[in-house]
Design a protein around this ligand. Structure first.
Ligand SMILES: Nc1ncnc2c1ncn2[C@@H]1O[C@H](COP(=O)(O)OP(=O)(O)OP(=O)(O)O)[C@@H](O)[C@H]1O
Ligand SMILES: [Mg+2]
Length: 299
């Protein structure tokens, strides 16, 4: 006989609870809405180490696990998103660098992630490191990624969502992402100086909007690395919510060792430890983004 344990007054042990959560993550009965129009999201914050890459790969993986087709563009020479998605990015791999130069199409560089068949990644190799400088002298230097992400090219990859993982700078790579996207997702770390430098980022977004991409908007703010044991984390949370209101997702990503361990295994936290708090919170964040988008609440 099969029964739900809770129904028989039998307590779940913590390990059973975690296993049950893992089963729900990996074998979902839930589906998420396909956006009416493809969503292209730049994940940006020039501050380093705030959770851009972690949020990109885990939200992307969560949406893919729920049946949506997702493309991740690794636009950081560090190649951390490629690593976390289990995609090769050694020096001779066709990558976003050749895409920006116009030598190859995104389809030529796209590799299916080991994390989901619904998830495709355009890797970044170390070649990208020189591109901030190389791009300066090129024609249409701000719009190269946008041109590569044509409707036909994205239709070909059948992408419902495109996430662009930006490097920690406001240079030409980030500008290319802001020109190619309609939305910006800003991860903010629940730490000292969380809001420092955000003004500069928002200014840049306004400049790109005014001159190059009128449809750009900040759609989503995600609080990351929240440590419930500290007062500071709560202060930052309420400050950010006070400042950005409904743009801030209700879901907050907790600081969790599992989240930081996963990339070392070429995995997202959803695969590495699906029952963990980190996995659940990224799943919640992805759901919130998808549902808000479907309800037209993204700004
Ligand atoms: N929720 C979390 N709990 C614990 N560690 C985390 C969490 N999120 C991210 N980290 C760790 O913090 C570090 C920075 O995260 P991440 O690489 O995602 O930031 P980033 O903004 O992309 O950094 P960069 O600016 O260098 O690109 C990484 O070592 C990552 O594993
Ligand atoms: Mg990063």
């Amino acid at each position: 006989m099969s029964y739900e344990k809770g129904q028989l007054d039998v307590e779940w042990t913590p390990i059973e609870q975690e296993a049950a959560r893992a089963t729900k993550v990996l074998h979902p009965t839930e589906t998420l809405p396909v956006p009416a129009q493809r969503r292209v999201v730049a994940v940006a914050n020039q501050k380093g180490g705030v959770g851009k890459t972690t949020s990109t790969v885990n939200i992307a993986a969560a949406l893919a696990l729920r049946g949506l087709k997702v493309l991740v563009i690794d636009l950081d020479p560090q190649g951390n998103a490629s690593t976390a998605l289990g995609v090769d990015h050694h020096s001779n791999t066709p990558s976003v660098y050749e895409v920006l130069l116009g030598e190859i199409s995104i389809a030529d560089a796209a590799a299916v992630s080991t994390q989901s068949d619904n998830l495709v990644c355009i890797p970044a190799t170390i070649d990208l490191a020189g591109s901030e400088i190389e791009l300066v002298s090129m024609a249409a230097r701000e719009t190269r990624l946008k041109e590569a992400l044509s409707t036909e090219a994205l239709d070909h990859l059948q992408a419902d969502y495109v996430f662009i993982d930006c490097p920690p700078s406001l240079g030409l790579l980030t500008v290319n992402a802001l020109v190619a996207a309609q939305e910006v997702l800003i991860p903010i770390q629940c730490e000292y100086y969380a809001l420092e430098g955000l003004g500069q980022l928002l200014n840049n977004i306004e400049l790109v909007k005014a001159h190059l991409n009128p449809s750009l908007r900040v759609s989503t703010i995600l609080l990351t690395m929240y440590d419930g044991r500290t007062k500071l984390a709560d202060q930052v949370t309420s400050e950010v919510r006070g400042h950005f209101g409904d743009l801030v997702l209700r879901t907050v990503i907790p600081r969790s060792v599992k989240v930081s361990e996963a990339p070392g295994y070429g995995q997202t936290v959803l695969a590495y430890d699906p029952g963990s708090r980190g996995a659940m919170s990224y799943l919640d964040a992805a759901r919130e983004m998808a549902v808000r988008g479907a309800n037209g609440e993204t700004g």
